[in-house]
Design a protein. Structure first.
Length: 275
């Protein structure tokens, strides 16, 4: 014979059902619901459906799309605004508030990034960032966090790993997509160039691809975010192909455009591993 008292005690011990009036024939349904609810993790977006206890016209269990899964789908749809074709290590879950600020340098970088996010408006020029510093100081994390923050502003973003971008543009000559790709990089609401200087840049790429992209964005007031292991003055040498005077002038034009589009800020102290 079922122990109705212990069953009712368990129902009363569960906060959601403690005041529920339950008939004997409904006890098993309510207990089943309690077990389902206890096993359900409201923060796990993989749990697509959340159990609910309906009281009318009789006590029964139904399922609704969970809030975590619904929010995940909204975020996933919004992430379509970020083109990461040129970057395999974009950090979807990076958040600005998770950027580690354990020294004055990092606090300054955080504040600059936060101000950029707060000030950013589509169609309104704002100076971006040129982040430079050692490997594993959090540059890619910070750039990813900024982009994730701007999703709510409906910004169309292209997030690139610069070495992959260089290689892709070379390949685009053969498949006749070069002009289309350059146009996309020119006109997006925000262009992110991660690890500039991490790949040898030919004079062709500098003069026919990189330069026109920067010039167009400068003329149209479209912001730019850059990261590099090199400060801007050191980048000048990397951009000079043959080292003759004409080549140096062309390299300097690139640096001038980057300076006009961004503010240079150092992120070099105390390498860290987020894991």
């Amino acid at each position: 014979m079922p122990n109705y008292k212990s069953m009712r005690d368990e129902i009363k011990a569960f906060p959601e059902t403690k005041d529920l009036v339950v008939e004997d024939h409904e006890l098993l349904t309510v207990l089943q619901y309690i077990e389902l609810k206890k096993a359900f993790d409201p923060k796990d977006f993989n749990e697509k459906f959340e159990p609910y206890l309906e009281k009318e016209p009789y006590i029964h269990i139904t399922y609704r799309v969970s809030e975590a899964y619904r929010n995940y789908q909204i975020k996933k749809d919004k992430l379509n605004q970020i083109d990461t074709f040129y970057h395999n290590d974009y950090l979807i879950d990076a958040k600005l508030e998770d950027f580690m600020t354990y020294n004055d340098e990092r606090k300054k970088v955080y504040e600059v990034a936060k101000t950029f996010c707060e000030t950013f408006q589509k169609g309104v020029f704002i100076k971006g960032l040129y982040l430079y510093g050692k490997y594993r100081t959090g540059k890619t994390f910070l750039l990813s966090a900024i982009c994730n923050q701007l999703i709510d502003k409906d910004a169309q973003i292209v997030f690139t790993y610069f070495p992959d971008l260089v290689r892709s543009m070379k390949a685009a000559i053969g498949d006749r997509t070069l002009e289309e790709k350059i146009k996309h990089l020119k006109t997006c609401d925000l262009l992110v160039l991660d690890d500039v200087g991490g790949e040898y840049m030919t004079a062709w790429f500098r003069d026919e691809v990189f330069g026109p992209i920067l010039q167009y964005r400068l003329q149209m007031g479209l912001p730019l975010l850059v990261s590099s292991n090199y400060k801007l003055s050191a980048l000048h040498t990397l951009l000079s192909d043959t080292k003759d005077d004409v080549d140096k002038v062309k390299s300097m034009r690139i640096l001038t455009r980057i300076k006009e589009l961004t503010q240079e800020i150092e992120l070099s102290q105390e390498r860290y591993d987020r894991n």
